[in-house]
Design a protein around this ligand. Sequence first.
Ligand code: PMP
Length: 368
Amino acid sequence: MSADPATTGLPGQLPRIRSALDELVSFRQSEPIRSPEGHYFPLAANESPHEPLPAVVRAIHEAALGVNRYPDNACADLISEISARLAVPEDDIAVGCGSVGVAQMLLEAVAEPGAEVLYAWRSFEAYPILTRLAGATPVEVALKDGTHDLDAMAEAITDRTRLVFVCNPNNPTGTVLHRPELEAFLDRVPADCLVVVDEAYREYVRDDGVPDGLTLRPGRPNVVVLRTFSKAYGLAGLRVGFAVGHPAVADALRKACPPFSVNGVAQAAAIAALREQDAMTARVESTVKERERVHHTLAGQGWHTTPSSANFLWLDLGDGTGDFAGHCASAGVALRPFAGEGVRVSIGSPAENDAFLAAAASFRRTRG
Ligand code: PMP
């Protein structure tokens, strides 16, 4: 039998892949793990621990009956609902397949090859992936004390910088930027460079000094705010996110959006979720309470955790990261380790959080 060239990899026999992809690894998702008793506590992806609300499930069922048809490519009803909810004009809104999808559209819109894309590091792992995919050059500015170093970021802007990501609260540290520092930074960014304020975790913020990104927009047409239905609204599995920006930017985003990116079930669910504002707020409030409980319990166990404004906590564990993550995994607790740096643990249901706290306590007892 002759060898299959697709698997033998003979030189010149395989399709040519863009060299930009050589530097990429696929986005990592943690594997489901089980404790010896068969328990699995998924605290790796900052998801909502709550099942969809009944009204959302009803909307999903109803929309499922129409999936033989293409969805509304303009997402008109969803945009109208977002517009009413946030009191922003419909023309300022663009919807995409998760806020990751919208971030990719933003890069498609502004970051041609050779452009620089600036962001703090460590921050959301999709930024370097999407930047390289766009053929642009990532410029990473180290966090200072776990927070964006906005002075260093402003100094890193060149005439090639086309887009700056500001993640507020930051993933994975949970730290926030306050209005004066953020406004001072925005005043230093050239008007033709887009600043994307990624507010995936906005609903979990309880610090009054943190501005709603939408209030940074007046007089600043280069500011775009990124929001998602994946966290507070509990629709991570359906993939809907949106941007609010200047109409010219929103228009560019619509052009950069692959056709039919947001499916009809997702659109219907997002509309229904927006109409369940009180229930969403109550669920977020319970997560915030749990976040504070987990934070204080960890402190009582002797851990140092950064105060968080999001639905996760960051533990700075340095070289101990792998050991700690392995120990938690053996108890069925999946969290997100960053080798040599620390772990990010999502706030789940009280029972999931208790499982994590028990694993953290037993690690302390057995390994100090
Ligand atoms: N931005 C940040 C900072 C995130 O942490 C995440 C999810 N992990 C996203 C955006 C993406 O969310 P989605 O694509 O599900 O909307």
